[in-house]
Write a protein that binds this ligand. Structure first.
Ligand code: ACO
Length: 311
């Protein structure tokens, strides 16, 4: 029986059909999905902080409205993704507790500080651009609820990327000081953006199995290359450069060659030793604790509804 279930699962995955919550799935598949989707959800929720930092200081009402909408979208993405983990049997409070106790990860990118308003544009352009590169293929991931959540998320991410690029185009047509601010932000965010795709394939512990299960559709290095190739002409159009002396077009490969990010720095940030890790987690912990009364009130209300119905 177990073999038959396994075969049916393999057949579904191989035929590009979707595994749905009620289907049988191997424990490893379920746990890998919960790990990846929870990390993704945590990234969206923690990712609200670097930009939230600038809402009250946006230079115009229009920029403030755009930033507010974007940060709200990120909250929404986190919530869809936590819902997707619930279809696998996970509990979202448990996942949040694991996050604030440092037992689950979130994207390294959100542990860097946002020093100027140009960072809002560069996050939209590069960070959301990298997120799109990584997430568009996930619309074809083998688990139905995750794939469907990604379709909507990617649409919103595209808007986020465009607003970032538009902000930077505006700054680049401004004063020299504004152009310098954009270049400085690009210099600070370029390498961390490349790190978002995860370690090189040779050091990626999960890629092989996740590709076999069609949870991941591309390797970390494939997506990093795609992102570099996509970003170079956008940088030229904008009038900025990337801080990589090894970056050049390779005619033979039909791709850009580029240097390696500082992988020691990456692992330090992943382990919790980045510039902003402690601040991000402390903020998330406080928000969770401050919300305790809301959760208690909701539970009390639900219990009252149940007892009313029972009468
Ligand atoms: N930041 C923090 N941790 C990372 C990162 C990163 N940028 N990249 C990899 N890791 C972790 C992995 O989670 C894994 O740790 P674990 O096994 O303890 O869970 C370890 O480093 C080794 O990496 P991989 O084996 O390559 O991990 P995986 O196969 O999960 O690939 C990736 C990593 C590409 C990020 C994948 O999980 C993924 O595509 N996730 C969905 C997208 C996502 O989470 N995006 C978040 C940022 S985008 C945004 O929020 C706007």
């Amino acid at each position: 029986m177990a073999d038959e279930l396994d075969l049916a699962f393999e057949r579904t995955v191989r035929s590009e059909a979707r595994i749905e919550p009620r289907d049988w799935m191997p424990d490893g598949y379920r746990n890998t999905l919960i790990r990846q989707i929870a990390q993704h959800a945590h990234s969206e929720i923690i990712g609200m902080q670097p930009e939230g930092n600038w809402i009250s200081r946006a230079p115009s009402l229009r920029r403030k409205a755009i930033l507010l909408a974007k940060v709200q979208d990120e909250a929404g993405h986190g919530l869809y993704l936590y819902s997707a983990t619930e279809t696998l049997g996970a509990d979202r409070t448990d996942l949040t507790v694991k996050l604030i106790e440092g037992r689950q990860k979130y994207s390294s990118i959100f542990n860097y500080p946002t020093l100027t308003f140009a960072d809002m544009g560069v996050i939209g352009w590069l960070v959301d651009g990298a997120a799109i590169c990584n997430q568009v293929p996930l619309c074809r991931t083998s688990y139905g609820p995750y794939a469907r959540a990604m379709i909507r998320i990617c649409k919103e991410e595209s808007f986020h990327q465009r607003q970032g690029y538009e902000l930077l185009m505006t700054m680049m047509s401004g004063t020299q000081a504004q152009r310098d601010m954009v270049q400085d932000a690009v210099n600070r965010w370029w390498w961390p953006s490349l790190m978002m795709f995860g370690p090189p394939d040779a050091e990626s512990s999960n890629t092989e199995q996740s590709m076999a299960w069609r949870i991941k559709r591309n390797t970390n290095d494939e997506l990093r290359q795609k992102f570099v190739d996509m970003s170079v002409p956008q940088a030229a159009h904008l009038g900025v450069t990337f801080p990589d002396p090894e970056l050049r077009w390779n005619e033979e490969r039909g791709h850009h060659d580029f240097g390696q990010p500082d992988w020691d720095e990456f692992w330090q940030v992943v382990k919790g030793n980045g510039v902003c890790n402690a601040q991000r987690i402390a903020h998330r912990r406080k928000a969770h604790e401050d919300g305790a009364w809301v959760r208690e009130a909701a539970e009390a209300h639900a219990a009252r509804q149940v007892s009313k119905e029972a009468k």
